[in-house]
Design a protein around this ligand. Structure first.
Ligand code: TPP
Ligand code: SF4
Ligand code: MG
Length: 287
């Protein structure tokens, strides 16, 4: 790892096709800054992306990457990390990707405590497919698939994570650039599964969960003197569905990641003959 890496080194030469103003720009910038700040570089970083507007992130970042199948990014990230624990693995996807079709994988990735960072770009809508209700959409949010609202309470991703044995649970907001970066950084530095749900507004299909809404309502746990190592305090935050929070909600400082508990299968780590030596070489060969 080199120390003179800047966050712009994590930018690919592809122009994002996200709508102007999409929250995903800020989410990605914070991830790139956090990676650079924690001493990573594109050649030791692997981004696994889901399918959705959010899933395009793997194309816009310069690193090893895999844009997989809808809802299946976490098992791929698990495989990469267990084959190569020396690689920094980030998995990123949407609220639909992670909490609908991928919800089963989410629960099991959490309980395995594999040492990777999972960033969910939560816009409370299916963006890519043009505005259907997602698992985090509000009960009364009118969409093309829910003309009178979904009529069911949204999934509480933090509660799901806590109940599955999570060792790191956080919430950030893509537009609060510095806090978002700090929170992602803490997730990267955590020894185990670092889960960050990011409010990443969709300016095209969600006129309820907007930048203004989050700016006006978010309570920062740091300012509220919340102790993230206190599981009961974390529970109180997680089940307080009346308040929108940002910050690190829960952190188990005794966490031991999966590969340290169970070792690594060396056979999985063999690099095939002729494989490119770095992400930069890989891109060069591909294009
Ligand atoms: C197996 C499968 N089912 C459904 C789809 C269609 N599909 C693509 S993206 C998506 C949901 C996108 O929502 P989200 O994960 O929240 O991402 P966003 O676009 O909001 O970032 C769906 C249902 C698909 N590509 N593959
Ligand atoms: S549709 Fe929404 S989530 Fe997708 S790029 Fe546009 S603003 Fe972003
Ligand atoms: Mg979404």
């Amino acid at each position: 790892m080199s120390s003179d890496i800047r966050f712009t080194d994590f930018k690919s030469d592809k122009q994002p096709t996200w709508c102007p103003g999409c929250g995903d720009f800020g989410t990605m910038n914070g991830m790139m800054k956090a990676l650079a700040e924690t001493g990573n570089d594109p050649d030791n970083t692997f981004v696994v992306a889901g399918i959705g507007c959010s899933g395009k992130i793997g194309t816009y970042m310069h690193s090893y990457a895999l844009h997989g199948v809808h809802g299946r990014a976490l098992p791929v990230g698990t495989g990469v990390k267990l084959a190569r624990p020396d690689i920094e693995v980030m998995v990123a996807g949407g609220d639909g990707d992670g909490y609908s079709i991928g919800a089963g994988h989410f629960v099991h990735a959490v309980r395995r405590n594999v040492d990777m960072t999972y960033v969910v770009m939560d816009n409370r809508i299916y963006g890519l497919t043009k505005g259907q209700a997602s698992p985090t959409s509000r009960e009364d949010f009118e969409t093309s698939t829910s003309p009178e609202g979904p009529k069911q309470p949204p999934v509480n991703p933090h509660a799901l994570a806590l109940a599955s044995g999570a060792t790191f649970i956080a919430q950030s907001f893509s537009s609060d650039a510095l806090r978002h970066q700090e929170i992602i950084q803490e997730a990267i530095e955590h020894d185990g599964f670092g889960f960050v749900n990011v409010y990443s507004p969709c300016v095209t299909f969600n006129d309820v969960d907007t930048y203004d809404y989050f700016r006006d309502t978010l309570v920062d746990l740091q300012e509220a003197d919340h102790d993230p190592t206190d599981r009961d305090a974390a529970k109180d935050v997680i089940f307080d569905t009346e308040t929108e929070h940002q910050g690190v909600i829960y952190k188990n400082e005794a966490s031991v990641p999966y590969h340290e508990q169970h070792g690594v299968d060396e056979d999985m780590s063999v690099i095939p003959d002729g494989a490119p030596e770095s992400a930069t070489d890989l891109v060069r060969e591909f294009y």
